[in-house]
Design a protein around this ligand. Structure first.
Ligand code: 5AD
Ligand code: SF4
Length: 516
């Protein structure tokens, strides 16, 4: 990468002396760190422009780092969303090219990376618990490299806490400098200091990083990075930076590559995929165009996530309605059913506009399932406002919903608001909401009874290895008995039983399929 083009602020802190490490004395390094670190700042983040994103195709592992991992093993523990899963595949690819082998057994790992999630406080608490557990391992195996990366590393308070309280951590790096992993691992191995490298601003797109895909028939394809929506409760625009779309030709080539390698299903990924292309200043190519081009590629199933209602245009609905390999499942987060709450959340649509959009989708794609995300207990949410959310769930009869209690995220506008809603009230609202959501999921599943549906067989059921599990084109989970040889295949299953969260069914024979 051309250093001149690198506009980001780079921070490398190597200040923990080995003596400090041995003594285990926690020192206050925060002052030093704050001097070189930009915490999330809404005003300056909002000013970020759409220009100046370079695409690089010249990633390579430097020669002196290519064999560093020989005879050593790594383990990456991934928390949070599919974007993190995707990033972990890149990190695994890089480590394999450095000569490391992968392991799932933490006792034999020489490098353990925690790829973290910052979306809610409980996600962070889980990671801090894990960091604490690793202290014991590190004591028994001082050669072990412990790294913390992902969204939490982009937060100043997290980095300070690790610097002060978790000196057994060897390496902290952020979401914008994953491609620097070879150098960072080398430094962590050969230095006795804690290595901290977090770029506070997003940067260029690095196209050709190695990739060790976890799935052999299902693959993630990232189409854009970052988010510019700035919902007032959300940390993502700060941890993931501004919206940057990959070039269409690069996305399409990746999809073609997966098709050539027999992949059955791809998920196009982005924090806000509906904004795809808006930052490509030299082109009017949008998500609808991309999907239309991907329709022509021989891959049986294509889905995308996550959508924001604001950018969900008619062209997009029309392309999905054409069918083919486009899966009939739309995940469309609504967050609240009350217009005042939606407004202070900065969601940029009203309840009525959301309903109109959802109705349009249902009308044009009649078999589509509609799922959503909902937050309860936003600061000062009243019982009446919460009732509006309940009534929206009843009105929309969502096929499924992911529901959350609001969690204050440092640096976001909502976190600065006073909040008069007690925790217990928020928890109670979540429970009441879940009851309604589950009722509708069960009703939606019940409608599937006796239908014969296409299922992509993903593997053994978690609860019972004698049973296989897979998903319909509408993303419903199906359990059924079949030989293990169908794992990774598209089969037909007749639904015999419906539960709130899953369906049971029977494999339909090939002869019966021929008669369908
Ligand atoms: N608190 C609770 N839920 C949140 N989400 C995002 N930020 C927060 C927060 N601060 C939820 C939203 C989003 C989903 C991925 O996580 O519902 O759609
Ligand atoms: Fe967060 Fe999604 Fe809103 Fe972006 S659109 S700020 S990722 S909730």
């Amino acid at each position: 990468m051309n250093e001149e083009q690198r506009k980001y602020q780079e921070i490398t802190v190597e200040q923990t002396s080995s003596a400090d490490k041995k003594s285990g004395q926690a020192k206050d390094y925060s002052q030093y760190f704050q001097a070189t670190y930009q915490p999330p700042d809404l005003k300056s983040a909002k000013k970020r422009g759409k220009e100046d994103v370079f695409v690089h195709y010249d990633f390579e592992i430097p020669e002196d780092m290519a064999n560093i991992g020989r005879g050593k093993k790594f383990l990456i523990r991934t928390y949070g969303c599919q974007m993190n899963e995707h990033d972990s595949e890149n990190m695994a690819g890089i480590l394999l090219e450095m000569g490391f082998e992968s392991t799932v057994n933490q006792d034999e790992a020489d490098v353990i990376l925690l790829n973290t999630c910052a979306i809610r406080e409980n996600a962070e608490n889980k990671v801090f618990g894990e960091i604490g557990n690793l202290k014991v391992m590190k004591r028994e195996n001082p050669g072990l490299i412990v790294g913390v990366c992902g969204c939490m590393s982009q937060e100043e308070s997290v980095v300070n806490r690790i610097l002060q309280k978790h000196q057994h951590v060897d390496l902290i790096f952020g979401t914008h400098n994953i491609h620097r992993l070879p150098e960072l691992i080398k430094n962590a191995i050969f230095s006795k200091e804690m290595i901290v490298e977090v770029w506070s601003q997003e940067g260029d797109i690095i196209e050709n990083m190695p990739r060790a895909r976890k799935g052999q028939f299902q693959g993630w394809v990232n189409i854009m990075y970052g988010c510019d929506k700035f919902c007032t409760y959300c940390i993502v625009p700060f941890t993931r930076g501004k919206e940057r779309s990959r070039r269409p030709e690069d996305v399409i080539e990746e999809v073609r590559h997966l098709a050539r390698n027999g992949y059955k299903e791809i998920t196009l990924l982005g924090q806000n995929v509906n904004a795809y292309g808006k930052d490509l200043l030299d082109s009017s190519y949008r998500l609808a165009d991309l999907l239309d081009d991907i329709r022509d590629i021989g891959i049986p199933r294509v889905r995308f996530t996550t959508s924001h209602p604001w950018d969900f245009d008619d062209e997009l609905i029309d392309v999905i309605a054409k069918g083919g390999n486009m899966m009939e499942h739309i995940h469309l987060p609504v967050q609240s059913g009350n217009n005042d709450v939606l407004k202070i959340m900065n969601r940029k649509y009203t309840r009525e506009e959301y309903v109109a959009l959802a109705d349009k989708i249902k009308e044009k794609i009649p078999h589509a399932t509609l799922t959503t995300d909902i937050i309860v207990g936003y600061p000062n949410e009243t019982e009446e406002q919460f009732q509006d959310t309940l009534s929206l769930v009843k009105e929309m009869a969502f096929d499924a919903a992911y529901t959350y209690v609001y969690s204050a995220r440092e640096g976001t506008p909502a976190a600065a608001m006073e909040d008069d809603v007690p925790k217990e009230v928020k928890k109670d609202r979540l429970q009441r909401l879940n009851e309604v959501v589950n009722r509708h999921s069960a009703m939606s599943n019940e409608r599937m009874r006796d239908r014969t549906v296409e299922v992509l067989v993903e593997g053994e059921s978690k609860k019972n290895p004698d049973v296989l599990m897979g998903r319909t084109r509408t993303n419903k989970l199906v359990n059924f008995k079949a030989p293990k040889s169908v794992i990774g295949e598209l089969v037909y299953v007749k639904i015999t039983d419906a539960k709130s969260w899953s369906l049971n069914g029977e494999l339909v024979s090939e002869a019966e399929v021929a008669q369908l």
